[in-house]
Every structure is written in C-alpha cells, then in structure tokens.
Design a protein around this ligand. Structure first.
Ligand SMILES: Nc1ncnc2c1ncn2[C@@H]1O[C@H](COP(=O)(O)OP(=O)(O)O)[C@@H](O)[C@H]1O
Ligand SMILES: [Mg+2]
Length: 387
C-alpha cells in the first residue's frame, strides 16, 4: 500500500499543507520542533485513529483554530481510498473518521485500511520496560490485520473495567460474588479470541525476528527468541479455563480490588541465547532486538494481510550505527517509508529517496521538497480538507 497524498489542515503547527510522497523513501529533515514528528503523527492518526505519542487528542488542532484535519489518499489492493480524521474539540463528537468521505461509526471500521508500523527511540522500551509495552506492540500489530481482534480487545477492556469497579466496591463495602459473574461471562469470549490470536501471531514473529536479528548482528550464534507468556497460554479450552480462573481468583481479587490475572497481564518473554534480555542485554543488543521486532512486525503484517504496510521511522537513524542502518535500508526496500531526522546526511547510504526540508518560520510549519542543489518546490494547498 502506498500513500499518494497527505493533506493537513490546521493540524498541529501546519495551516494548510499537501505532500505527494514518493513510493519509496521520504526523508524529512529539519531542526527540532519544526514539525517532523507531527507529519508522522498525522499518518498514524489515519491508520489507527490515534496518536503514537499521546493518548489525548488535546492540542492537535492548530492554536487559534477551532477545527483541524489530516487526510491520506492511498492506494491499496482494494483500490484507491481516502481516510480523513477531523478534529472538533468544542463539539460533542470531538473526532470524526471518514473513509471515502463517509463518516464511520466505529474505530474498528478503519482498521487495516492504512496499515503502518512506527519505530521511534522509545521503542527500545519494548525490550527493557514492563509487559504493557510488549502487549501494546502485539495489540497494534494484530488489530491492523484482524478487526475481530480489535473489537475483542475493546470488549475485554470494557468488561475488565467494570469487574475492577465492582471489586473495588467489594473491597471496602463487601457484596456478593454474583455481581462479578456477568462481567466474567462477557469477558470470556473476547479472552479466547485475544489469546488465540496472540499465540498465532507470536508463532509467526518469533521465526522472523530470529532470522532478522541474526541478519543484523551478523552472528548466527546469537539466538533471539520470543515466547508468549500468558496465564492461558497452554489452555485448550480458553473460555472455560478463563472462567475457572476468574472464579478461583475472586477472593484475592476482592482483597486487591483488582483483576490480577488474565490476558491483560500477558507478556512476551524475550531471550538471547536463553538469557532474559530485560536483565542481561547490552545497549547494542537492545537496539538490534528492537529493530528486529519492528522489522518482523512489518513482515508479519505483510505475510498475514498481503499488503505492505507503510513504515514510519521517527528519529531513529542517528541512534543506529552504520551496520544497523545498512541492514535497515536493505530490509525496507519493499515498503513506502517516512523517515525523520535532524541531519539530511543521516540517510546518505540511501541514494533513492525524496528529501524534504521541514521548517517552522514564526511557528507555522512548512515542508519544502529539496532536490540536489536545493531547487525547491513548495508543497502547499489552498483548500482545507475538513471532509
Ligand atoms: N496545536 C498546535 N498548534 C501550533 N503548534 C503546535 C501545536 N501542537 C504542536 N505544535 C508545535 O509543533 C512543534 C513540534 O513539532 P514536532 O513535529 O514534534 O517537532 P520535530 O520536528 O522536533 O519532530 C512544536 O514547535 C510545537 O509548538
Ligand atoms: Mg520529532
């Protein structure tokens, strides 16, 4: 899949902007705070309905404006599509998603239209940080190829929130276990979908990640392995086992005022030569593993959906040494890629790319295509893209 046009209207520091990106590598360079990440954020919004860097939509609309929008025109296997996200913070419906100019009712309807994978320095946390970061990695990947998974996640989370609310009340005021039963029942089917899909996906990525890691490190003897860790990972009848586990845990859950076990506590166990990477990995090994996981995410999406996702690389080039950069460039050839960096030379290894200079004179973002010798063409637009 390829993005053929990006349009922003009152989005972050952009007034009106149109870019017609290259089908290969698009490099955005410019000073800090000029608006490079804002461009990637707009793509992420049109792919997953939310920002990659914040859970809040506050501050998306350009200061001084009441509404803003980002819109991508793309070509995928089913043809040409337009995906737009419109932000109206003062209205009851603060965010509207439009596919081919039609409003969609549910977030799940946009999943998979524009698939993207983002890699930024924070992703090193996938290796070192807590389980929630690794679950997010898995959930983002599977949601983009399986709408049913995304819906199951929403249903499970909603049931979990309500079960937790009851547990909290029971902790202080007591009450009957019967109140928990309905929510446990509502969570059981989604739990099964979540666990089954996570199992299947981990099976695919573990092999890809092992190969990719060996390719980047150049050391066949270093064996990178991913294992799915779940309280239900071995279960053959997930719904039944989930309900049994919920019943057995009720007493301690009430004591804690929290649901202690279930797919919301799943994790990926990452090892290098059998040793836990969270504890033992060097900084270099962490970088290689994070890069391998991201590249495996790209390949997994491609393998399972038949579409090549769009790749977003935010400020990672300067974090990678020449060997890793070369491996990365070799791997990303089939994908349309959007790269940000502060120095144009961060990607000098790649001869075939379109380079854009991003600047923000007086706070207003500008993107200028820069050709050899800096002959420039301003990519701006007069009409807003609110629909
Ligand atoms: N709603 C907004 N209105 C105007 N400017 C904004 C808004 N939100 C963010 N910005 C500006 O965008 C800039 C940050 O852009 P960003 O893409 O993160 O920069 P970078 O080029 O370093 O990646 C900051 O200068 C910030 O003030
Ligand atoms: Mg940035």
């Amino acid at each position: 899949m390829k993005i053929e046009e990006i349009r922003l209207t009152h989005f972050r520091n952009y007034g009106n902007l149109t870019i017609t990106p290259h089908e290969g590598i698009n490099l955005f360079f410019g000073q800090n705070g000029s608006g490079k990440t804002n461009l990637l954020e707009a793509i992420h919004f049109c792919a997953l309905g939310k920002s990659h860097r914040t859970n809040s939509d506050a501050g998306i609309v350009q200061q001084g404006e009441t509404e803003g929008a980002c819109r991508m025109e793309l070509q995928n296997q089913s043809g040409r599509r337009t995906i737009a996200v419109r932000f109206t913070p003062a209205e009851a419906q603060k965010k509207t998603i439009l596919i081919d100019q039609k409003k969609i009712g549910r977030f799940s309807d946009m999943m998979g239209c524009l698939q993207c994978v983002i890699f930024s320095p924070e992703d090193l946390g996938i290796i070192r940080e807590g389980p929630s970061v690794r679950r997010r990695y898995l959930d983002m990947m599977i949601s983009q190829i399986n709408r049913g998974y995304f819906i199951a996640l929403q249903q499970y989370r909603s049931g979990l929130e309500q079960r937790n609310a009851i547990l909290k009340t029971m902790k202080t005021q007591g009450g009957s276990n019967a109140y928990l039963e309905d929510f446990e029942q509502a969570m059981a089917m989604p739990a099964q979908i979540i666990v089954e899909e996570r199992r299947k996906t981990v099976e695919v990525i573990t092999e890809l990640a092992r190969e990719t890691y060996a390719g980047i490190s150049g050391r066949e003897e270093e064996s990178f392995r991913i294992q799915y860790r779940s309280s239900l990972s071995k279960s053959e009848n997930i719904q039944e086992d989930f309900l049994k586990m919920m019943r057995e845990n009720r007493e301690q859950d009430v004591h804690q005022g929290l649901t202690l076990a279930g797919p919301h506590r799943d994790d990926l166990h990452l090892t290098l030569n059998g040793q836990d990477m969270r504890v033992f990995a060097s900084q270099g090994q962490v970088r290689t593993a994070a890069l391998s996981l991201k590249l495996s995410q790209l390949k997994t999406l491609r393998q399972l959906s038949g579409e090549s996702p769009v790749l977003l690389l935010d400020d990672v080039m300067s974090e990678l040494d020449r060997t890793r950069r070369t491996s990365l460039l070799r791997e990303i050839t089939p994908y349309q890629t959007f790269v940000t960096c502060t120095d144009e030379s961060d990607l000098e290894e790649s001869p075939d790319k379109r380079v854009y200079l991003v600047s923000a004179p007086e706070g207003q973002g500008q993107v200028v295509m820069s050709k050899p010798g800096y002959v420039t063409k301003k990519e701006t637009l007069q009409e807003p893209c609110f629909t």
